[in-house]
Design a protein around this ligand. Structure first.
Ligand code: ADP
Length: 222
């Protein structure tokens, strides 16, 4: 392929700061942000056929079947055309990772690593704008107007599943589920871990890494 696009996957536990880092990456590097969770929620609220099929799984906190999610992600990858992209919330199973690697091999997997106690504390102050998926955090990433989205001015909400005991459970489930996915990518030497307690510590490392890596990959494809 002669294309110079850069393909990346961002992994991080719920409330690890993945949303904030992902938004900064999009601003700085202009990647197309592909988030199946956001796509599905939009489809659910618009009542599309995909939304109707996905809703039953989402309501039960279950993963949407691979076939459905792969179709939805590949559609977005095709739409991205010759623009670089970043997947956020995909892959979540080895089957998804294998499918992606067979059709659109990624150049880098960014693995955000934030301690569990930090995450539990953090979710208490997390507010989201449902239609866009934009995430705010009291203290270090507050909205300009309290409880309002910066872009649309619409209300921000707290997710019911942001309660500490539910978060702890979700973190366990996340790590258990991601283990084989990480092992899959480690075989290809694609994983870079970014460890820290704060987004302010992690972001400069991610930025430095991507500046270097995108240059390398693009140079190789000249
Ligand atoms: P969270 O699990 O933190 O709520 P998302 O916003 O990424 O995260 O996803 C919302 C829901 O959409 C998930 O609970 C799941 O039902 C579905 N979903 C998102 N991404 C995937 C995926 N890669 N594979 C299967 N289902 C997914």
């Amino acid at each position: 392929m002669t294309s110079k696009i850069f393909r990346t996957v961002i992994l991080g536990a719920p409330a690890s700061g993945k949303g904030t880092i992902a938004n900064r990456i999009v601003e700085k590097f202009g990647f197309v942000h592909i988030s199946p969770g956001d796509i599905l929620r939009l489809n659910v609220s618009n009542g599309t056929a995909l939304g109707k099929k996905a809703k039953t799984y989402m309501d039960e906190g279950k993963l949407v079947p691979d076939e459905l999610i792969i179709k939805c992600v590949s559609g977005r990858i095709i739409e991205a055309g010759n623009r670089s992209w970043m997947l956020d919330g995909f892959p979540r199973t080895v089957a998804q990772a294998e499918r992606l690697q067979a059709t659109e091999p990624v150049d880098a997997v960014l693995n955000l690593d934030v301690p569990t106690d930090v995450i539990i504390e953090r979710v208490k102050g997390r507010w989201i704008h449902l239609p866009s998926g934009r995430v705010y955090n009291e203290g270090f990433n507050s909205p300009k107007v309290p409880f309002k989205d910066d872009v649309t001015g619409e209300d921000l909400v707290q997710r019911p599943d942001d309660k500490p005991e539910i978060v702890r459970k979700r973190l366990e489930v996340y790590h258990e589920a991601m283990k084989p996915v990480l092992e899959f990518y480690e075989k290809y030497n694609l994983v870079t871990k970014f460890a820290g307690r704060k987004t302010a510590e992690i972001w400069p490392e991610v930025e430095k890494f991507l500046l270097k890596k995108t240059e390398e990959v693009v140079a190789k494809r000249q």
